[in-house]
Design a binder for this molecule. Structure first.
Ligand code: BTN
Length: 335
């Protein structure tokens, strides 16, 4: 099942009418008259709307009434009333896909897809950082965002770090909890991973042609099951799910809040407000100030994480000497 935010005007018309009149029953005839579509079309749309997980009561002689919205991240729900200028103006939803990241990469070159969001209910070949697998069952938020930025290539390494900051702010706004940021771009709660970011960049003669930001959020997933599969793999330090917070937040609310925060950060990057982003990131970081260990491709580095540089590199102090690491997995030792 694939849907986008712009190809289903009839269905969206009926749905929006039900949503804005959800205290009353609407007869098929009324819907047909007001929306200027046939009664058969009304009936077909209602059937589809129900199939998509919306709870619509149908009562003889009274008509239809919307009792509950769907929990699926349907594309028209993402774009509806979204307060952004670029990000999320178009959305695509897949019931199941290998990877939203792979799908977004196929679409990233088309200028019409700048800001487009690709969402899947589940991924069968989800990709994590450093070529790792990303376990993506139903219940999580698996999303990729296409961007064709104007900023300089030197900013690309800061982009996923800044995006992790945007997600931490969005979770704080919706769940009233503040996930910590583990360098480079993991979000953690009580020391366990709740979300991660991945960026694929396409360059054209030393300029950024497109960026695809992949975001995986453990929203309502079985963490025991995921941990069983990941134990012993690199960068595994435990998995947690936002549902464990027992706060009633709809996934669509988190996604829309994140897209708004992401656009703010994107604008700040375009305006070269790097210092502000680094300072905000550092305040939420669990890495800065800790003794850490890093396994890069050619060596093992140990020392105290003291800051991140303007390109997002982690600066580590060891026996009076500093070294910069631009990519890798950090292990937190002690304070
Ligand atoms: C990480 O390793 O921490 C990054 C995980 C990124 C996972 C997301 S889920 C949506 C998008 N599609 C993918 O295949 N990967 C990213």
């Amino acid at each position: 099942m694939i849907y986008n935010s712009f190809d289903n005007p009839g269905l969206v018309k009926v749905l929006t009418f039900l949503q804005t009149h959800n205290t009353e029953y609407l007869s098929g005839q009324d819907l047909s008259d007001v929306l200027r579509i046939s009664r058969v079309a009304v009936w077909k749309h209602i059937k589809k709307i129900q199939e998509l997980g919306y709870e619509v009561e149908s009562k003889q002689k009274s008509g239809y009434k919307l009792l509950a919205n769907s929990d699926l991240l349907l594309p028209w729900e993402i774009t509806s009333n979204l307060k952004t200028k670029i990000i999320g103006k178009q959305a695509y939803y897949f019931d199941s896909i290998d990877s939203t990241q792979n799908q977004a990469l196929k679409m990233a070159h088309d200028p019409a897809n700048n800001g487009a969001v690709i969402v899947a209910s589940k991924q069968t070949g989800g990709r994590g950082r450093s070529g790792r697998q990303w376990i993506s069952p139903k219940g999580g938020i698996w999303i990729s965002i296409i961007l064709q930025p104007k900023f300089d290539i030197s900013i690309t390494t800061l982009f996923p770090i800044a995006s992790a900051l945007a997600l931490s702010i969005a979770i704080e706004k919706t769940f009233s909890i503040t996930p910590e940021l583990k360098w480079p771009n993991d979000l953690t709660l009580n020391g366990k991973k709740v979300a991660g970011m991945l960026v694929d960049v396409s360059l054209e003669s030393n300029k950024i042609e497109s960026l695809v930001l992949g975001v995986g959020i453990n929203f309502n997933v079985n963490t025991k099951e995921i941990e069983k599969n990941l134990k012993g793999t690199p960068n595994f330090y435990g998995v947690t799910s936002l549902s464990e917070q027992k706060v009633d937040v709809k996934p669509i609310h988190l996604v829309q809040t994140f897209l708004v925060e992401l656009e703010k950060i994107y604008k700040a990057l375009n305006a070269k407000q790097i210092k502000k982003i680094i300072s905000e990131w550092s305040k939420r970081s669990s890495t800065i100030g800790k003794n850490v260990e890093l396994n890069t491709t050619d060596e093992k580095i140990k020392g105290k994480a003291i800051r991140i540089d303007e390109d997002g590199a982690l600066v580590i102090l060891d026996k009076g000497k500093t070294c910069r690491v631009i990519a890798g997995d950090v292990i937190h030792l002690s304070k």
